[in-house]
Structures are given as structure tokens and as C-alpha cells.
Design a protein around this ligand. Sequence first.
Ligand code: BES
Ligand code: ZN
Ligand code: MN
Length: 501
Amino acid sequence: MQLRVVSDQPWDVPADVLAVPFVGEPTFDGVIAEIDKRAGGELTALAAFGELKAERYGSVVTAAGQLRAGRLLAIGAGDADSITRQVVVRIGSAIERRLAGRTVKSLAIWLGELGDRIDGGAAAVGEMLARGVVEGEFEPASIYRDGLKSAPPALDELILIASAADVAAVKRAAERGQVIGEGANVARRLANRAANDVTPEVLAGEARAIAERHGLHIDVLDPKRATELGMGMFLAVGRGSANPPRMIVLRSGEEGAKDAAGRRLAMVGKGVCFDSGGISIKSADRMEEMKMDKTGACTVIAAIATVARLAPGTPLLAIAPAVENMPGPHSARPGDVVKAMNGKTVDIINTDAEGRLILGDAMCYAEKLGATHLVDIATLTGAVARALGDQMTGAFGTPQVWYDSLTAAAERAGERYWQLPMIEEYRSDLDSWYADFINTGSAEGGLIKSALFLREFATVPWIHLDIAGTAYFRKKTTYAPAGATGVAHATLVELALAGAR
Ligand code: BES
Ligand code: ZN
Ligand code: MN
């Protein structure tokens, strides 16, 4: 997709579709009134008819009258006070998805007054819109089918219409947004692929291909090397499947190098290619969703590639422990005691609490490779989905200054996180009479206990993102299909880029 930024009047821009976002009620003045007039008053008529409403992401497509564009699309940005960067991304996606199944090669979007509504002004709008349009192109229904008629159109050209003074800044920002959107789609496509397609070994192969494409260093540990390193928790989870586990390690920048913020950041992503629960087997209800239990891994693999595109050579690690959690003759049993890489012993009382086991060893390994700061991302608990739903990621972090850097990255990325407390009193619930601790306590406060478990494997500043609620949508919306959302990819990229030179 080619990106162009122009400062022509919207009615002078030739394109298959001209999209115009409007804020609040569909009452038009200024430029948008002129667009409406040249389109023969279609928008005013549709608003009077009740077809065009103030509803956010609601849209109409009309004939274009005297406009140079072939069709006119008007889309609601919703209430002015609640327009955020995330809303602008979603406006971009909603425009693209509204055109699903239509013949569109060139799409023009007028930035309008959105720049007055968010920090960063027109440039930020350009970045978020371009990212949103690219993310809107993603269609998981096409992964296993050719020629899907209802797919969002593959655009040849996206034209952003800005004011003359903003053109250069909008261009630069939109290019950045395009790269970030493409990275999110890499993560989403991988995450959406089925478990019979993406085994740990296949995921490692995909990581290898990505590493080659973007000049990243890659090391993939097999069970033999994991055994030498003492990764007892990781191996215990992987043992139940005929498809052996892989610890995928990607690096950009020189070995041991620190970034411009003095950090050596490692992103660790849960890569459970299928989570049956193991011997503590899950019920059949929605078990098919557990092919997406590798989303954290897919996200860190895509994010390090995006960082390599935007700021080559930035010191950064991405570590993805990839396993299949299956019942079988070799599976770990409830009550098995294993030794983690840091020497702590764990009594696995529930084999379905497997994410924390593989992440713990991966976090230790990240520190062995010199990580000074950790962020892990995982579809870790059903509890976070029950508490926060699919719009808000649950997050933990210590010390608070390190967590605050996540908040700043999330703000730039236009993503939402809710900080949850690590309540010390709950730690004793993980005590085992048999080992240093058990892998899950009683259900009450289980979300917090999952973080307290992970904390046992970090000795440096650490953030934990639980994306079990936000990693995928069960139903499509106006701005996204059902399936992987790409959540947290942009935030991780911003967090890492804070250390770019
Ligand atoms: N992968 C699941 C968490 C999950 C649940 C992700 C629903 C997405 C949607 C995780 O491995 C798991 O099984 N967690 C258990 C933990 C429990 C056994 C302590 C859970 O949340 O029930
Ligand atoms: Zn899981
Ligand atoms: Mn599980």
C-alpha cells in the first residue's frame, strides 16, 4: 500500500472512496458542509432520514455527486470529549472494514478536526489512521481460504488529506503507523492460525523467517539445551505432547548492549500453541479458543521485528517459550515437583496453570542473557477476562517507576491497561508443604496470585500483561473481525522505542 499525504481540498482529490469523519452529531459546517453540498446534499438528507447518526464508528456510503472521488463515506467519531488515539485507530479500521467486499483500490481520508481532539495533533491522527486502515485490512477468514468475497479491500493507495502546514509531519507519522499496523497483523495472523498448523517447531520456523527478513539474531533451544539449562518448569509443560517444545530467542542489537535509556529490555511472550489443560484437562466448552494461547509469543516476535524496522539495531530481546499443553503418557501429573531454572522447586498441583511455568523459566533465561528490564505478555488467566472483559488489559509491575513507563508507552500507542495490585498477604496461599511453592492457589484472587507466582522469577524491574481477555474478540465489531486483536503490539513497540538512539 502506497501512502500519500496531500493538502488539496477533499473535493479535489481523486480516489475510489473519500472518507470523512465527523465529530458528535451529524450537523455539518465548514469543509464538511462544502463536501456535503458538492455531493448533492446526500449527508444532510441521510442524517434527516435517520440513516446517519452520531454513533461512533457508524457509517454511510453515498453517491459522490460533484466530488472527484467515486463514493463518499461518512463515519461517526462519536462524542468529542471521548476521542482518544485508540478511537482514531478504530476509525481507520472501521472505514476499511465498512468497505469489505467492495472494489476499492484508492482510499482518501480527510483528517478533519480530529487533530484538535488528541495529543500530537494532525501527525498523531495520521499515524493512528494509517495504522487503523492497515489493521482493518486484516481478515482471519482468509487465512485458510482463497478469494473470500467479503474481505476488506487490499488497497493500492491510502491518501491522507491534511492542511498544508502538516503534510510533512503527517507523512512521517503515517509511515510509522503503517509499519506498526503491519506488525500487529503479523502477530494476529500467527495467533489465529490453528494448532494443527502452528506447532512449537513451526512457530520457531516462522520466527526464523522473520529474523532473516529483519536482520535479527535468533537462537532456538530444543529440549536437550533446555535440560542443560535446568528449565524444569518449561520442560514439564512441554513433555505431554508429541510436538516437542522450543524456546525461541530473538535479539536485535549487539550481545550485551544497552539501549539509549540504559536498559537491556526483554519481552517474554507465552507461546502455548494449544492449551488442553493437560492432565487437569479443560472442559470441551470453548476449548478450541486455546489455539490462541500462543498470542503473547506471536506478539513479542512481531514487536521485535517492528522495532527493527523503525529503529534498526536497538538493543532488545524477545523470548517466546513455545509448547503444547497436552495430556498423554509423558505429561506432568498434578503433584509433580519440578525445579525451575532459578533453583526454586514447584509443586504442579494444576497442569492447566501452565503459562506461569513456561514464563518463569523464560524470564530467568532473559536475565541470564543480561536483561535489566522485563515485560511479559500472556493469555494467562480466565479471571482477567471475567474482571475486565475484552477492552482492557490487566497489568502488574514493580517497581512503580517501571510500570509508569508502560503507562507512557500505552498512551502513545493508544491502548488501555488497568493496573492491578500484588497483594503480599496472598503470597502465602502459594506455599507448599512439599516444595518452595505450588503453581496455583485457591481461586479467590487468582489473578493476583498468578502475578505473585511470576514475580518469583524476576530479580529486575518487571511488568506483566495478562491479555487473556483482550487477545481476541469472540464476535466481530464495526472496527475488528472476530479473532486476534493484535493487542499490546503497539505498546511493546513504544516501550522498546523509548530506548532507541
Ligand atoms: N490459557 C489459560 C487462560 C485463558 C482462559 C486464556 C480463557 C484465554 C481464555 C490458562 O492457561 C489457564 O488455563 N488458566 C487457568 C488457571 C487456573 C488453573 C489457576 C484459568 O484461568 O482457569
Ligand atoms: Zn494457557
Ligand atoms: Mn491453562
